[in-house]
Design a protein around this ligand. Sequence first.
Ligand code: ZN
Length: 262
Amino acid sequence: MNIFGSGRFLSHRGKVETEMVGPVSISGESLFSNRWVKAIGIVLACGVASELVYFAYKRIKRMCCDNAVRNNDQKQFVEEVLFFPDAQIACKEFFVGDGCRRLNCRFTHEHNSLSRLYTFLADAKQSLDVCVFVICCADLGDLLVTAHKNNVRVRVICDDEQIDITGSQIWRLRKEGIPVRTDNSSYLMHHKFVVIDGTHLLTGSFNWTRQAISGNQENLVALRNMRIVSQFSSEFEKLWKEFDPKRYNESSLHRYEDLPVS
Ligand SMILES: [Zn+2]
């Protein structure tokens, strides 16, 4: 293909002058291949751009949905009953952490009983008095540690025979500085209740284990009836004193004897 071009030269008068030169020859094959390169480049650029737009759209859409779910879950403490098992484990980071950053989170971001339990515990402002037979769930242990670090007074009572079982959170809690007391008895410390800020209560059959969350039939009642809550508070205080290791020799609650055969 030929096209015309121009050139510059120094005339005999010492001036720079312009004259038409050419025709300039550019091969048709070269121009053709340049066009193809451009076309492919444009297609690739469009493809990448559309991927980026789609990725951003998905991300924004998910953030909007997540915020809606989180906001809805942060409602005030209400009296309700939670039933377990949950079909999926709730994502702790999503409901009470800094937000879930996993693109493919294997935990659910949908409301369920565990997500409510997370919220109840994370909402504690002053105190968490936990009196539960067994504590093996690391996510719930995390919430106690976080509360303790946020200057919430956390106290834990559990059964002495459960503190060394696989997954037990008790030694970890103690290491973090959370006081844990146990019975010292062949009988069981079989309660499952939590008093939150001295004003709210969680009680039921629910132990703090993964099996209770995702396998067992369990219930947990959330109450703020002060008449009931104060009775549980008193029971906690009574056990806290009785389970003081200094009193192991004098308390009637610490005893080892042959249990009756059922
Ligand atoms: Zn998540």
